[in-house]
Design a protein around this ligand. Structure first.
Ligand SMILES: Cc1cc2nc3c(=O)[nH]c(=O)nc-3n(C[C@H](O)[C@H](O)[C@H](O)COP(=O)(O)O)c2cc1C
Length: 364
């Protein structure tokens, strides 16, 4: 296989195996965290990706941990997303919505009523989120102390994933991706470090993956499992915590259950490749593929060469690119013609308007 061979993902045929990663850009219209024309332009510019996965979208107000991120829980947001999906489809692309609940990676100032963020347990993250600091300026701030969700509350949170999946469907997306990676709520439940519950939602790998699975099932009820993807980050948490020593066993259990559920694909983020932090290796990918027989995508610091090699050797079916798609809206064409890549401006990754967002040029 090579990167420019089509790939079937559920009912979708991706014309190439280069997927645009979900990328939070903090540019939703305020108030209300509503997607707008500028966002539609940005996504449409990148429609030559085999599949676009939208930036993470909070499924409820409590699910927000960064300023100005778009939501998927109000009618206005649904209408805003319709601008995006129409623009992407008109440009010949396909787009999944990434559904997000940050859990404890949040700050009281972002929470309704300035309440404490929720999590699997009441352990505070050593990481940061993006909120207004004490001087009222947007900044990376220490995550607040969370409170543990009660057993009675958990089904309500899962139902919010289902409602968001419906809003995404009505807004014209081609499917949804459950954000189970990067130390957010489903990942908090999966971590034996963060999840200290002794009830039906913690205590062993099967119970720790239950929250993720129920979110997936809630989305599959709306879409059918073959239009639901999942993102996971085996071996890393992204929020300053000690790595979960049981991550391997945990993720292979997730692979088994996600395979049974028949999800469209799993995207595995490798922090090792992306940032030189703990992540997974090729041997893990082989074990993973032996358990999960659906489409596997991988992400993290990929180059054209590395991606080609991973797809050619069958370690994955598609390669997911984040930062490269920010600065190169026509990334597939650049790979095809071996053109040089532009480098993104990190100062404009989060927040702002056109600059560093819709003003990256096509190669020709
Ligand atoms: C600006 C920025 C925003 C990101 N936002 C998200 C996000 O919303 N959801 C997500 O799952 N990952 C997010 N990530 C991680 C990327 O999807 C990707 O996994 C990571 O950047 C590594 O891939 P790369 O080396 O190709 O950029 C973000 C990364 C960056 C740089």
């Amino acid at each position: 296989m090579h990167l420019f061979e089509p790939l079937r993902v559920g009912p979708l045929t991706l014309p190439n195996r280069l997927v645009m990663a979900p990328l939070t850009r903090c540019r939703a219209k305020q108030p209300g965290n509503v997607p707008h024309e500028l966002n539609a332009t940005y996504y449409a510019q990148r429609a030559s990706a085999g599949l676009i996965v939208s930036e993470a979208t909070q499924v409820c107000p409590e699910g927000q941990g960064y300023l100005w991120t778009p939501g998927m829980h109000t009618p206005e947001q649904g209408k805003g997303w319709r601008l995006v999906t129409d623009a992407v489809h008109a440009a010949g692309g396909r787009i999944h919505a990434q559904l997000w609940h940050v859990g404890r990676i949040s700050h009281r100032s972002l929470q309704p009523g300035n309440a404490a963020p929720v999590s699997a347990s009441d352990l505070r993250s050593a990481g940061t989120c993006f909120a207004l600091d004490a001087d009222g300026k947007p900044a990376r701030v220490q995550c607040d102390q969370p409170r543990a969700l009660s057993e009675a509350e958990i089904p309500g949170v899962i139902a919010q994933f289902g409602k968001a999946a419906q809003i995404a469907k009505d807004a014209g997306f081609d499917g949804v991706q459950v954000h189970g990676a990067n130390g957010y709520l489903p990942d908090q439940f999966m971590s034996s470090v963060v999840n200290q519950r002794q009830d039906a939602w913690g205590g062993d790998p099967v119970r720790r993956v239950r929250f993720l699975m129920e979110c997936v099932h809630a989305c599959a009820q709306v879409w059918g499992a073959d239009r639901v993807g999942v993102r996971l980050s085996p071996g890393s948490g992204n929020d300053g915590d000690t790595v979960d020593t049981q991550w391997r066993e945990q993720h292979l259990e997730a692979a088994r259950q996600l395979g049974q559920a028949g999800v469209a694909y799993i995207d595995l983020v490798n922090y090792q490749w992306a940032y030189g932090k703990p992540g997974f290796d090729d041997a893990f990918l082989r074990d993973y593929r032996a358990i999960y027989r659906g489409a596997v995508m991988v992400s993290g610091g990929l180059t054209h060469e590395h991606a080609s090699q991973l797809v050619a050797t069958g370690l994955c079916d598609a390669a997911v690119f984040g930062r490269a798609f920010i600065a190169n809206p026509d990334l597939p064409m650049r790979f095809l013609r071996n053109l040089p890549l532009a480098t993104g401006d990190e100062a404009t990754y989060y927040g702002g308007a056109e600059r560093g967002y819709t003003d990256y040029a096509r190669a020709e």
